[in-house]
Design a protein. Sequence first.
Lengths: 748, 301
Amino acid sequence: MIYCLKFLIALIVSMPLYSFSQTFTVKGRIIDSGTHDNLPGASVYVVETKHGTASDEKGYYFLNLPAGNYTLRFSYVGYSDIELKISLNSPLVKDVSLQADVLLPGAVVSARAGDYNISNTTMGVERLSMKEVRLLPAIMGEVDILKTIRLLPGVQSVSETSTGFSVRGGSPDQNLILLDNTTVYNPSHLVGFFSTFNNDVISGIELYKGHFPSRHGGRLSSLLEVQTRDEIPHRINGTGGIGLISSRLMAEGPLGQKTSWMIAARRTYADIFLIFAREEDMRKASMYFYDLNGKLTHRFSEKDKLELNIYNGLDKMASAPGYFNYGNTVSSLTWSRVFSANHYGKFSIHFTDYSYNLGSNLNNSDVDWKSRIRDWAFRSDFHRPINSVWNLSYGISCTHHIFSPGEIRMTGLNLQNYVIPSSEATEYGAYLSNEQTVSEKLSLKYGLRFSAFQNSGSLRRTYTGLEPSLGAVYKLTPLSSIKANCSRNIQYLQLANNSSAGSPFDVWFHAGQKVKPQEANVFSAGYFHNFKDNMYETSVEIYYKDLQNVIDFREHSSLLLNQHLEDEIRSGTGQACGLELMVRKNSGRFTGFVNYTLSRSERTIAEVNKGKTYLAPYDRTHAINVVASFNLSSKVNISVIWVFATGMPCSYPTGRFAVGDEYFPIYSGRNEYRKPDYHRMDVSLNFIPRPKSKRWLRGEWNFSIYNAYNRKNPWMINYQQDKTTGIPYAEMTYMFAIVPSITYNFKF
Amino acid sequence: MNKVFIINLLNITCGLLTVCLWQGCTERMNIKTDNSPPVIVVYGELTDELKFQDVMLSRSSPYFDNVPNRGISNAELSVHSSVGDVYRFAASDSIEGLYRSVSKFVVAPGLNYSLSIKVDFDNDGALDEYSALTEAFPTVALDSLKIEAIDFFGQKNYFLYVYFQAPSDESYYLFKVYLNDSSVTAKLTDYRIVNDRLFRGQYTKYSLLRLKDISERERDSEEERERSVYIQANDKIEVRTGVIPSGYFDFIRQCRQEQDGENPMFGGPASNITTNINKDGVGYFATYCISRKSIVFTGSS
């Protein structure tokens, strides 16, 4: 890492040696001509210079070119290319609308430019557009975006019922999940069956598997950026869906010339059927979740834009005498300002709140338990694309965390309230990064992030850290390249939850006197090769992660409502390494991808497993994902998913002891065994009755079968004693057999 | 935190979730593991009741072994108090592995007790020595019991409450409940335990056990009947309580957690149950003093 830092400093020092010529900026936004969706990762290719760039997550692109005449080719897989001739003698703004290929409604498997994987300097970046997500098989009528990313190489599910995911052997709390740049601490509904992200609101997602853009930090394993729609609708339009257990509706429209709005809602309605229950208590029960999204955008001028984003979601389950609620509120206010043709910035404030609350009311004895985490954040980010040498990004951020780990209020029990004092902490970040084209073949991206963390209270502790990153891509041919990345990540917050499936009972806690920040040095390298004009993509990536101060919990730890949580923490070292292979077909009637991951992730913590190295909970030796989509006609598309993963590590009982008639287990070492391998096939059929319909309401059907061959994948393994003999046996619980579903999606 | 209290609350929540969420299916499965070598298993609870005290010795066995665990009958076993008293135990002729004190005795509050075992456990001709150390705490006097009727998911149920003044020192409580002199918390995993974090030093009303009205028995499934306690008018309910060492509290709590295996949503990684038996032994040797209180159920709340 020191070499990485030295190289970075040498590069920055040497940059002034480059000579500059008179260059001008060409910039603009690339969108879908029909839906006005952003097209992130769309390719902008300058025919004369044989150079290009790709649009960012909002569909914006920037190019710096010497004065002259050029031909720009805009392309995006599944869309028709557009070529524009420009004469450049001053900065130019050029927005482009690409036309989706009508004959291939399901052709988009990769939401990126044709050669994005070859030319992008950052490794381990995965993008998915909602167009491709919507074609995938649904479970209970919903295609879940967080479950979809498990199909990407190096990403594993935590559990079949959880939206939590593990990236390259890391734990779920090592993933930073952002909704329009605001942290979402628990992106799950129904304890993990669904994510908090309503598909109709999302324009796309971007997953960074270890090498984050310098503007973000605070997690070790991954950054998942979820972007909401950012279109400028010319009239009121919307989308929606009616499923078996939930329905959703999104509408957006203009409000005058300069303002646009978007609102969306989703709700489950399984509880409606409770009115038919025999028992009165069940008839009075509540059981639902909802999501509300809102967005208001006002453009003061060509240069100034103000965006307000609000999300609120809640799970509510209540049946006398108990109740349980949990949910997120996420909001942000962002002012975007174009200072000049090659200098723009964003200033934003963010608020996020995750809380849960459960309790009971029995015989006038009330118990009410609450837990909560809140963040207030401010950040400003600037982008200054000057020329091929200086394409700078820089900014600062400040996040104030307020932790309320838990309090129990009790009445009628002669017991005093139990309150764990709240704590507060502030996280600061400042970064500078540059993306530099060294030559036609070599491009570099390097950056440095400085982070600081300080908790408040009597046990005040301040931590600081430098997080350098360096990425290089060397184009061997126009269709092949080699890449290498290294970076250092620091994590100051962690989740006190050691359940294998994740749960809503999240308690986040911060670094402090006894808990040092977790650190990771991440290295990766890869070879990327496309074929047939980028119709086929192939890649081989290897990675290695060295983890310091990685945490686990003492055996039989007590993590809920614990005033002395730090005493339950054990920290040590870890490492993870892996090989990821990917073959992808991007266009044609038949599209899809196959990826394979070979990996290992280990932990060594002195007071866990008697100090012996053990497998990390989410280690999977082999993982294979197959996604295939076939357009039978312009009306019918069939998609198939097959996933395989080595069983999760676990500890099995190797012995037993008796007390009375009861047997108790004596376990093997930590994670010495594995559960049975996981595999499953899902199929879906998408039917568009009138693909060229001009009616105001256009609909399509999605018929899905989850777990088509009825694989019984164990979710939980329990031990029972035979009622007759008293001898113990193992029993597995599997959550899903074959699950068919049907959804009607529409847009207007 | 008061783990049992949380578990009770979680039980309500889990019940909600179970009702609300997809009902999973279960089936038996075969697991192949290496077998851990046998270790000595010790379990004994000595109390301040004047009686012949018992300690059980046995061997551990492979988890999926088809024969019950065997007792150990060739050991020398004695208990030593911190004031020099020595109590000898003799192997029972009728129950393999049961060791009964040769004379009646009581444990005294405030004293430490050590258990000494000598046995050729590995059959190598040499005696292997094991020991365990524990402490007897003074008990807490129960003030009263109360049975309150509740409507629990449409059923006629009752809560059994105990009232007592909790001492100001950190304490861990064990409760055992008897219905008409027959234990309804006979199994280790049925023991009621609680720590005092929520009520240290306070006069306390603690919800100990949910009981069902006898009229509900007909409606309940056989499985539900097995795990329920039914009461009717004139039943006598007795509660025996003691203050136990924190290690014994952890042992009981962990036995309850680990007995059934994993709980993916609310449990942590599978871990071995802690013990106060030295070397590789498992189980627990505990002492405590008992106080009792009883109530006759009148048939109304």
